[in-house]
Design a protein around this ligand. Structure first.
Ligand code: ADP
Ligand code: 5GP
Length: 228
């Protein structure tokens, strides 16, 4: 295991109404599918685009799915302290750049960010951003996980075997996550995820400003999705 060592300080205070979600799972459990569904229902949540040294898949676009990069530039970014977290996953390097969060926080149309990262990255972000919401997606069985990995048809046999053999190690780290969502039926898993998002938005730590505004001005000014 290879993880980032010298990381910058937290990007957000624990009382920020800005929602930060981590979505993790063993490869093939359905995280990408669920992330797409979340983006449709909650367009105000932005997807963090990671940097990776992995080669793009045929359907992937640079700057949209990942910032595809070579090993040297990745190392430079690590040395320069550009990453909030980074890790080696399935033989490739992946990292979340600090600018992803800063841009999202500065965008008035954006009320939160979703990180699709592995458990090593989740551990690093948890240590720096205490109010991050870490969610882990479980497959209903290991046999179904293998079927989904193969069914996706985007990797070589060797890459599939490597991802499948790492799955139990990832699942063994479930205690790093506050929520475990079983993706048996996609619609049910999506409804569970949506409920978590709606509930997390209502936490006192993210809503204290609304109560304070009521006390001071006798009215809560509707704030779009933030008050939904
Ligand atoms: P991940 O991003 O976790 O690696 P994907 O979202 O790419 O996983 O899903 C892997 C494959 O499994 C895809 O072909 C996807 O369409 C399929 N899949 C996802 N969720 C389900 C589900 N609940 N039932 C059946 N197939 C699913
Ligand atoms: P994939 O190659 O299938 O896109 O992703 C492989 C794994 O790397 C997934 O578990 C994904 O969540 C994880 N990953 C993607 N981006 C990052 C990142 O920026 N940091 C970390 N730690 N993991 C990432």
């Amino acid at each position: 295991m290879n993880v980032g060592m010298s990381l910058p300080p937290p990007a957000s205070s624990s009382s920020s109404p800005f929602l930060m979600l981590i979505l993790s799972s063993p490869s093939g459990a359905g995280k990408t599918t669920l992330t797409r569904m979340i983006q449709q229902r909650f367009p105000e949540l932005r997807f963090s685009v990671s940097h990776t040294t992995r080669a793009p898949r045929s359907n992937e676009v640079d700057g949209v799915h990942y910032h595809f990069t070579d090993h040297e530039s990745f190392r430079e970014k690590v040395k320069g302290g550009s990453f909030l977290e980074w890790a080696e996953v399935h033989g490739n390097y992946y990292g979340t750049s600090m600018t992803e969060i800063i841009r999202a926080e500065q965008d008035p149309a954006c009320s939160g960010i979703i990180f699709d990262i592995d458990f090593q990255g989740a551990r690093q972000i948890r240590a720096r951003i205490p109010d991050v919401v870490p969610i882990f997606i479980l497959p209903p069985s290991m046999a179904e996980l293998e079927r989904r990995l193969r069914g996706r048809g985007s990797e070589s046999e060797e890459a599939i075997a490597r991802r499948f053999s790492g799955a139990k190690r990832e699942i063994a780290n479930y205690a790093l996550f506050d929520y475990l969502v079983v993706n048996d039926q996609i619609d049910r898993a999506f409804e569970t995820l949506s409920s978590i998002i709606v509930a997390e938005r209502s936490r006192r730590s993210r809503r204290a400003g609304l109560a304070e505004s009521l006390l001071r001005h006798d009215v809560i000014v509707p704030d779009g999705e933030a008050t939904a």
